[in-house]
Design a protein. Structure first.
Length: 278
């Protein structure tokens, strides 16, 4: 490096973290496929929830002989506010969308350009994680909020809807909303480590959905491992009438699982890219 080049290199101001966040936001919003993916995922999740509530509304007299009081008492309105099928779709979709935020750059080779422009890899990946978390948090809030409002409006026509102030309702909405950024961050972390589209998508499905379903509550070690997964943590948070068969756990424990997954995903994303060549 010549003296002039070295002077220009030293004189050039280092990008601030806010600049990196702005750059990652431009990358994300400039891709048409990104908005198509988020839009399709939102419609699918809301459709599953609304469809379940509408099916209950249409078949009310046959499925609910005890009337609205019994329906609300056993917690079915909150079960239908965000269903298991909707959560499954959202976990798969958001895991894939989070992964594509980094895998797409590896596939196209633009990640090399990014790191050449900003050698501070950890800062780049931290900014990417911040943008992905913020966008998907808004996505989760909108989807969970719309699902709750729409399903309870439908059920309320049978006198069986609940409000956000009812016991457990806010927890269902918040837990379902936060599931989106957590799955996206998990996908981002896996994409940072694996760096291949097919492998990352398979790994995301295995970690987020297949593993929790494979673990059972019949043995202590299996129950503890199951409780450490995002899917089972979400189930614990949204379940109104919790009746464990073998090994119970607490709501605080489920929130702790949420926090640990978020911290671990960000740590893997930031540290993993720094320790490997591109």
């Amino acid at each position: 490096m010549t003296a002039t080049a070295a002077y220009l290199h030293d004189a050039e101001p280092r990008p601030r973290f806010g600049d990196l966040v702005a750059a990652e936001w431009i990358k994300l919003r400039s891709l048409r496929s990104t908005w198509f993916g988020y839009g399709a995922a939102a419609l699918a999740v809301i459709a599953f929830n609304v469809g379940t509530a509408y099916d209950t509304y249409r078949n009310w007299s046959r499925q609910n002989p005890e009337g609205p009081e019994g329906f609300v008492r056993v917690g079915i309105p909150l079960d239908e506010a965000f269903t298991v099928n909707a959560a499954t779709v959202m976990m798969l979709a958001l895991g894939a969308l989070g992964a594509m935020a980094v895998v797409g750059e590896y596939a196209s080779g633009t990640i090399r350009t990014t790191f050449a422009a900003v050698p501070a890899r950890r800062s780049v990946m931290a900014a990417k994680a911040a943008v992905v978390a913020a966008v998907t948090a808004v996505f989760g809030a909108v989807v969970a909020g719309v699902s709750f409002a729409a399903t309870q409006a439908i059920l309320d026509r049978r006198g069986a809807g609940v409000s956000l102030g009812d016991p457990g309702a806010l927890r269902v909405v918040v837990a379902s909303a936060l599931l989106a950024p957590l799955c996206a961050l998990a996908g981002l972390a896996l994409g940072t480590v694996i760096r291949q589209t097919a492998g990352t998508m398979i790994a995301s499905s295995l970690v987020l959905l297949v593993l929790p379903l494979a673990l059972t509550d019949g043995r202590h070690w299996s129950a503890v491992a199951s409780h450490g997964t995002l899917y089972q943590a979400w189930r614990r948070l949204v379940e109104v009438n919790y009746h464990p068969l073998h090994y119970p756990w607490t709501i605080a424990g489920a929130w702790t699982v949420y926090a640990v997954w978020a911290a671990a995903a960000v740590a893997i994303t930031v540290v993993g890219v720094h320790r490997r060549d591109q």
